[in-house]
Design a binder for this molecule. Structure first.
Ligand code: PHE
Length: 346
Protein backbone atom coordinates (compact mmCIF):
# COMPACT_ATOMS: atom_id res chain seq x y z
CA UNK A 1 0.00 0.00 0.00
CA UNK A 2 2.60 2.49 1.20
CA UNK A 3 5.03 1.42 -1.50
CA UNK A 4 2.39 2.12 -4.19
CA UNK A 5 1.69 5.59 -2.84
CA UNK A 6 5.40 6.40 -2.79
CA UNK A 7 5.88 5.27 -6.40
CA UNK A 8 2.93 7.35 -7.56
CA UNK A 9 4.00 10.50 -5.69
CA UNK A 10 7.61 10.10 -6.80
CA UNK A 11 6.46 10.23 -10.41
CA UNK A 12 4.51 13.39 -9.68
CA UNK A 13 7.50 15.03 -7.99
CA UNK A 14 9.85 14.12 -10.81
CA UNK A 15 7.50 15.58 -13.38
CA UNK A 16 7.00 18.80 -11.43
CA UNK A 17 8.46 22.03 -12.74
CA UNK A 18 7.46 25.68 -12.50
CA UNK A 19 8.71 29.19 -12.94
CA UNK A 20 5.98 30.54 -10.74
CA UNK A 21 6.67 31.15 -7.04
CA UNK A 22 3.03 30.64 -6.13
CA UNK A 23 2.98 27.16 -7.71
CA UNK A 24 6.20 26.25 -5.94
CA UNK A 25 4.65 27.24 -2.61
CA UNK A 26 1.64 25.02 -3.38
CA UNK A 27 4.07 22.18 -4.06
CA UNK A 28 5.85 22.79 -0.75
CA UNK A 29 2.60 22.79 1.22
CA UNK A 30 1.31 19.67 -0.56
CA UNK A 31 4.40 17.54 -0.02
CA UNK A 32 6.55 19.11 2.66
CA UNK A 33 4.01 21.01 4.79
CA UNK A 34 3.22 20.10 8.41
CA UNK A 35 -0.02 18.52 7.16
CA UNK A 36 1.53 17.40 3.89
CA UNK A 37 1.83 14.07 2.09
CA UNK A 38 5.27 13.19 3.49
CA UNK A 39 4.13 13.78 7.02
CA UNK A 40 1.10 11.57 6.33
CA UNK A 41 3.22 8.78 4.87
CA UNK A 42 5.60 8.89 7.82
CA UNK A 43 2.56 8.60 10.13
CA UNK A 44 1.34 5.54 8.21
CA UNK A 45 4.87 4.09 8.36
CA UNK A 46 4.66 3.91 12.15
CA UNK A 47 1.89 1.30 11.83
CA UNK A 48 3.62 -1.18 9.46
CA UNK A 49 5.23 -4.44 10.55
CA UNK A 50 8.92 -4.50 11.60
CA UNK A 51 9.98 -6.51 8.47
CA UNK A 52 8.30 -4.01 6.21
CA UNK A 53 9.89 -1.15 8.10
CA UNK A 54 13.32 -2.45 7.21
CA UNK A 55 12.60 -2.37 3.49
CA UNK A 56 10.44 0.75 3.42
CA UNK A 57 12.55 2.88 5.76
CA UNK A 58 15.22 3.51 3.16
CA UNK A 59 12.70 4.08 0.36
CA UNK A 60 10.83 6.56 2.50
CA UNK A 61 13.92 8.58 3.35
CA UNK A 62 14.93 8.72 -0.29
CA UNK A 63 11.44 9.86 -1.22
CA UNK A 64 11.63 12.70 1.28
CA UNK A 65 15.05 13.74 -0.01
CA UNK A 66 13.85 13.81 -3.62
CA UNK A 67 10.93 16.09 -2.66
CA UNK A 68 13.20 18.41 -0.68
CA UNK A 69 15.80 18.53 -3.45
CA UNK A 70 13.16 19.35 -6.03
CA UNK A 71 11.84 22.17 -3.88
CA UNK A 72 15.20 23.71 -3.13
CA UNK A 73 16.52 23.56 -6.70
CA UNK A 74 13.48 25.35 -8.13
CA UNK A 75 13.47 27.76 -5.23
CA UNK A 76 17.06 28.69 -5.94
CA UNK A 77 16.39 29.44 -9.61
CA UNK A 78 13.33 31.51 -8.75
CA UNK A 79 15.02 33.56 -6.08
CA UNK A 80 17.98 34.30 -8.36
CA UNK A 81 15.66 35.65 -11.06
CA UNK A 82 13.61 37.56 -8.47
CA UNK A 83 16.85 39.15 -7.27
CA UNK A 84 17.71 39.98 -10.89
CA UNK A 85 14.45 41.81 -11.54
CA UNK A 86 14.85 43.67 -8.29
CA UNK A 87 18.41 44.66 -9.21
CA UNK A 88 17.18 45.91 -12.55
CA UNK A 89 14.52 47.95 -10.84
CA UNK A 90 11.78 46.10 -12.67
CA UNK A 91 8.32 45.69 -11.31
CA UNK A 92 6.84 42.80 -13.23
CA UNK A 93 3.40 43.38 -11.80
CA UNK A 94 3.03 46.67 -13.69
CA UNK A 95 0.83 46.52 -16.83
CA UNK A 96 2.80 46.38 -20.10
CA UNK A 97 3.09 49.32 -22.46
CA UNK A 98 0.77 49.10 -25.47
CA UNK A 99 2.40 49.53 -28.87
CA UNK A 100 1.07 51.51 -31.80
CA UNK A 101 0.15 49.57 -34.91
CA UNK A 102 1.07 51.29 -38.17
CA UNK A 103 -1.59 52.44 -40.59
CA UNK A 104 -1.55 52.68 -44.35
CA UNK A 105 -1.76 56.16 -45.81
CA UNK A 106 -5.24 56.76 -47.29
CA UNK A 107 -3.66 57.46 -50.70
CA UNK A 108 -1.79 54.16 -50.55
CA UNK A 109 -5.02 52.37 -49.66
CA UNK A 110 -6.86 53.86 -52.61
CA UNK A 111 -3.97 53.24 -55.02
CA UNK A 112 -3.88 49.60 -53.91
CA UNK A 113 -7.62 49.26 -54.42
CA UNK A 114 -7.46 50.74 -57.93
CA UNK A 115 -4.56 48.47 -58.88
CA UNK A 116 -6.34 45.40 -57.49
CA UNK A 117 -9.42 46.08 -59.61
CA UNK A 118 -7.45 46.53 -62.84
CA UNK A 119 -5.27 43.53 -62.01
CA UNK A 120 -8.41 41.44 -62.40
CA UNK A 121 -8.69 42.73 -65.97
CA UNK A 122 -5.09 41.80 -66.70
CA UNK A 123 -3.51 45.24 -66.26
CA UNK A 124 0.05 45.18 -64.93
CA UNK A 125 1.78 48.08 -63.15
CA UNK A 126 4.52 50.27 -64.64
CA UNK A 127 6.41 53.26 -63.35
CA UNK A 128 8.47 56.09 -64.79
CA UNK A 129 10.66 58.98 -63.63
CA UNK A 130 9.27 62.07 -61.91
CA UNK A 131 11.89 64.26 -63.57
CA UNK A 132 10.94 64.23 -67.24
CA UNK A 133 11.98 65.79 -70.51
CA UNK A 134 9.75 67.77 -72.81
CA UNK A 135 9.46 64.89 -75.28
CA UNK A 136 7.92 62.41 -72.83
CA UNK A 137 5.80 64.89 -70.91
CA UNK A 138 4.57 66.98 -73.86
CA UNK A 139 5.88 66.60 -77.42
CA UNK A 140 5.34 62.87 -77.90
CA UNK A 141 1.88 63.37 -76.43
CA UNK A 142 0.97 65.70 -79.24
CA UNK A 143 1.08 68.96 -77.28
CA UNK A 144 1.53 71.76 -79.80
CA UNK A 145 4.57 73.99 -79.16
CA UNK A 146 2.49 76.89 -77.93
CA UNK A 147 0.13 74.84 -75.72
CA UNK A 148 -0.62 76.70 -72.45
CA UNK A 149 0.11 73.60 -70.31
CA UNK A 150 3.78 74.10 -71.14
CA UNK A 151 3.64 77.55 -69.60
CA UNK A 152 5.79 78.41 -66.66
CA UNK A 153 2.56 78.75 -64.68
CA UNK A 154 1.77 75.06 -64.70
CA UNK A 155 5.09 73.35 -65.01
CA UNK A 156 8.08 73.32 -62.68
CA UNK A 157 10.97 73.59 -65.13
CA UNK A 158 14.32 72.42 -63.87
CA UNK A 159 16.63 72.95 -66.86
CA UNK A 160 16.43 74.56 -70.28
CA UNK A 161 17.43 72.73 -73.42
CA UNK A 162 18.76 69.18 -73.64
CA UNK A 163 18.52 66.38 -76.17
CA UNK A 164 14.83 65.78 -75.51
CA UNK A 165 13.93 69.37 -74.66
CA UNK A 166 13.51 71.15 -71.34
CA UNK A 167 13.73 69.12 -68.18
CA UNK A 168 10.79 69.49 -65.78
CA UNK A 169 8.90 67.73 -63.03
CA UNK A 170 6.28 65.66 -64.82
CA UNK A 171 2.86 67.28 -64.83
CA UNK A 172 0.98 64.03 -65.43
CA UNK A 173 1.59 60.28 -65.55
CA UNK A 174 0.84 60.23 -69.29
CA UNK A 175 4.61 60.48 -69.76
CA UNK A 176 4.84 56.86 -68.59
CA UNK A 177 2.53 55.85 -71.48
CA UNK A 178 5.11 57.19 -73.89
CA UNK A 179 7.98 55.41 -72.14
CA UNK A 180 6.05 52.16 -72.16
CA UNK A 181 5.08 52.33 -75.83
CA UNK A 182 8.59 53.41 -76.89
CA UNK A 183 10.13 50.56 -74.96
CA UNK A 184 8.05 47.63 -76.20
CA UNK A 185 5.62 46.11 -78.64
CA UNK A 186 1.81 45.98 -78.38
CA UNK A 187 -0.30 44.69 -76.76
CA UNK A 188 0.08 47.01 -73.77
CA UNK A 189 -2.22 46.75 -70.82
CA UNK A 190 -0.87 48.62 -67.82
CA UNK A 191 -1.60 50.93 -64.98
CA UNK A 192 0.88 53.66 -64.16
CA UNK A 193 0.57 55.18 -60.70
CA UNK A 194 2.77 58.04 -59.56
CA UNK A 195 3.32 61.51 -58.20
CA UNK A 196 2.90 64.53 -60.46
CA UNK A 197 3.72 68.22 -59.98
CA UNK A 198 2.01 71.44 -60.99
CA UNK A 199 2.96 74.96 -60.14
CA UNK A 200 -0.12 75.89 -58.12
CA UNK A 201 -0.57 77.77 -54.87
CA UNK A 202 -1.28 75.35 -52.02
CA UNK A 203 -4.84 75.52 -50.70
CA UNK A 204 -7.57 73.14 -49.56
CA UNK A 205 -8.43 72.45 -53.24
CA UNK A 206 -5.06 72.58 -54.98
CA UNK A 207 -1.54 71.43 -54.28
CA UNK A 208 1.81 71.66 -56.02
CA UNK A 209 2.00 67.88 -56.12
CA UNK A 210 -0.60 65.14 -56.20
CA UNK A 211 -0.96 61.56 -57.41
CA UNK A 212 -2.42 60.03 -60.54
CA UNK A 213 -3.07 56.60 -61.93
CA UNK A 214 -2.80 56.36 -65.68
CA UNK A 215 -4.21 53.44 -67.63
CA UNK A 216 -3.22 52.34 -71.12
CA UNK A 217 -4.58 49.60 -73.32
CA UNK A 218 -3.22 49.19 -76.84
CA UNK A 219 -3.93 46.24 -79.12
CA UNK A 220 -5.59 45.45 -82.43
CA UNK A 221 -9.24 46.53 -82.64
CA UNK A 222 -9.48 48.35 -79.31
CA UNK A 223 -12.55 50.58 -79.43
CA UNK A 224 -14.27 53.29 -77.44
CA UNK A 225 -16.78 50.62 -76.33
CA UNK A 226 -13.89 48.76 -74.66
CA UNK A 227 -12.92 51.95 -72.87
CA UNK A 228 -16.46 52.52 -71.62
CA UNK A 229 -16.94 48.96 -70.46
CA UNK A 230 -13.57 48.86 -68.67
CA UNK A 231 -14.22 52.09 -66.79
CA UNK A 232 -17.81 51.10 -66.02
CA UNK A 233 -16.57 47.85 -64.48
CA UNK A 234 -13.94 49.77 -62.50
CA UNK A 235 -16.54 52.12 -61.03
CA UNK A 236 -18.89 49.28 -60.06
CA UNK A 237 -16.02 47.54 -58.27
CA UNK A 238 -14.77 50.68 -56.54
CA UNK A 239 -18.00 52.35 -55.48
CA UNK A 240 -20.48 49.49 -55.62
CA UNK A 241 -22.98 48.20 -58.14
CA UNK A 242 -25.54 50.70 -59.27
CA UNK A 243 -23.09 53.61 -59.43
CA UNK A 244 -23.91 55.41 -62.67
CA UNK A 245 -21.39 56.76 -65.15
CA UNK A 246 -21.62 59.38 -67.85
CA UNK A 247 -19.10 60.50 -70.44
CA UNK A 248 -18.82 64.13 -71.50
CA UNK A 249 -16.86 65.16 -74.60
CA UNK A 250 -13.60 66.86 -73.67
CA UNK A 251 -10.18 67.68 -75.04
CA UNK A 252 -6.70 66.29 -74.39
CA UNK A 253 -3.94 66.72 -76.98
CA UNK A 254 -3.04 63.01 -76.77
CA UNK A 255 -6.48 61.41 -77.16
CA UNK A 256 -9.07 61.66 -79.89
CA UNK A 257 -11.94 61.50 -79.17
CA UNK A 258 -11.51 62.56 -75.54
CA UNK A 259 -13.95 62.48 -72.67
CA UNK A 260 -14.32 63.19 -69.02
CA UNK A 261 -16.13 60.62 -66.95
CA UNK A 262 -18.55 61.54 -64.18
CA UNK A 263 -20.08 59.14 -61.69
CA UNK A 264 -23.29 59.55 -59.74
CA UNK A 265 -22.31 61.26 -56.48
CA UNK A 266 -21.23 58.58 -54.02
CA UNK A 267 -22.05 60.77 -51.03
CA UNK A 268 -25.68 61.73 -51.77
CA UNK A 269 -26.36 59.00 -54.38
CA UNK A 270 -27.33 61.64 -56.89
CA UNK A 271 -29.73 63.56 -54.65
CA UNK A 272 -27.52 66.65 -54.61
CA UNK A 273 -25.03 67.70 -51.94
CA UNK A 274 -22.02 69.95 -51.36
CA UNK A 275 -19.61 67.35 -52.75
CA UNK A 276 -21.33 67.29 -56.17
CA UNK A 277 -22.29 70.95 -55.98
CA UNK A 278 -25.95 69.86 -56.02
CA UNK A 279 -25.61 68.37 -59.52
CA UNK A 280 -25.72 64.69 -58.48
CA UNK A 281 -22.55 63.99 -60.55
CA UNK A 282 -18.85 64.16 -59.82
CA UNK A 283 -16.01 64.06 -62.32
CA UNK A 284 -13.38 61.43 -61.59
CA UNK A 285 -11.21 61.01 -64.67
CA UNK A 286 -10.13 62.01 -68.15
CA UNK A 287 -9.93 59.47 -70.94
CA UNK A 288 -9.99 58.86 -74.66
CA UNK A 289 -8.69 56.90 -77.63
CA UNK A 290 -4.93 57.29 -77.94
CA UNK A 291 -4.33 59.78 -80.77
CA UNK A 292 -2.76 58.03 -83.80
CA UNK A 293 -0.04 60.72 -83.76
CA UNK A 294 0.99 59.58 -80.28
CA UNK A 295 1.16 55.95 -81.40
CA UNK A 296 3.33 56.95 -84.40
CA UNK A 297 5.54 59.15 -82.16
CA UNK A 298 6.22 56.04 -80.11
CA UNK A 299 6.97 53.87 -83.14
CA UNK A 300 3.66 52.01 -83.20
CA UNK A 301 1.78 51.38 -86.43
CA UNK A 302 -1.45 53.34 -85.96
CA UNK A 303 -3.09 51.53 -88.89
CA UNK A 304 -2.72 48.22 -87.15
CA UNK A 305 -3.13 49.22 -83.53
CA UNK A 306 -5.51 51.37 -81.56
CA UNK A 307 -5.85 51.97 -77.85
CA UNK A 308 -7.44 53.86 -75.03
CA UNK A 309 -5.97 55.75 -72.11
CA UNK A 310 -7.36 57.26 -68.96
CA UNK A 311 -5.98 59.17 -66.02
CA UNK A 312 -7.37 59.89 -62.60
CA UNK A 313 -6.26 61.74 -59.48
CA UNK A 314 -5.86 59.45 -56.49
CA UNK A 315 -6.62 62.32 -54.10
CA UNK A 316 -9.94 62.85 -55.86
CA UNK A 317 -10.91 59.19 -55.46
CA UNK A 318 -9.78 59.18 -51.81
CA UNK A 319 -11.73 62.38 -51.25
CA UNK A 320 -14.91 60.68 -52.46
CA UNK A 321 -14.20 57.54 -50.51
CA UNK A 322 -13.27 59.07 -47.17
CA UNK A 323 -14.82 62.55 -47.55
CA UNK A 324 -11.50 64.23 -46.92
CA UNK A 325 -12.23 67.87 -47.75
CA UNK A 326 -8.78 69.45 -47.45
CA UNK A 327 -6.06 68.27 -49.85
CA UNK A 328 -3.32 69.48 -47.52
CA UNK A 329 -4.15 66.74 -45.01
CA UNK A 330 -2.66 64.15 -47.36
CA UNK A 331 0.85 65.55 -47.10
CA UNK A 332 0.99 67.06 -43.63
CA UNK A 333 1.58 63.70 -41.95
CA UNK A 334 -0.50 64.55 -38.91
CA UNK A 335 -0.57 61.27 -37.03
CA UNK A 336 -4.05 62.00 -35.65
CA UNK A 337 -5.33 62.11 -39.24
CA UNK A 338 -3.34 59.11 -40.49
CA UNK A 339 -4.25 56.91 -37.53
CA UNK A 340 -7.88 56.87 -38.57
CA UNK A 341 -7.11 54.61 -41.54
CA UNK A 342 -6.09 51.57 -39.52
CA UNK A 343 -5.58 48.54 -41.65
CA UNK A 344 -3.51 45.45 -41.25
CA UNK A 345 -0.09 45.99 -42.75
CA UNK A 346 0.71 43.59 -45.55
N1 PHE B 1 -3.16 63.33 -68.36
C1 PHE B 1 -4.48 63.86 -68.16
C2 PHE B 1 -4.46 64.85 -67.01
O1 PHE B 1 -3.49 64.92 -66.29
C3 PHE B 1 -5.47 62.76 -67.86
C4 PHE B 1 -5.66 61.82 -69.00
C5 PHE B 1 -4.89 60.68 -69.11
C6 PHE B 1 -6.61 62.06 -69.99
C7 PHE B 1 -5.06 59.78 -70.14
C8 PHE B 1 -6.80 61.19 -71.03
C9 PHE B 1 -6.04 60.06 -71.10
O2 PHE B 1 -5.41 65.57 -66.79
Amino acid sequence: MLQEQITQYSAEINAFDTSNAEELEQFRIRFLGTKGIIKDIFDQFKAVSPEEKRVLGKVLNEFKQVAEAKYSSINEVLSISAQHTEDLGLDLTLPGEGFEVGARHPLALVRREIIDIFNKLGFSVAEGPEIEDDWHNFSALNFPEEHPARDMQDTFFLKKGGENGDIALRTHTSSVQVRMMEGGKPPFRALMPGRVYRNEAISARAHCFFHQVEGLYVDENVSFADLKQTLFYFVQELYGEGTKVRFRPSYFPFTEPSAEMDISCTICKGEGCQMCKYSGWVEILGCGMVDPNVLENCGIDSKKYSGFAFGMGIERIANLKFEIKDLRLFSENDVRFLKQYKTVLI
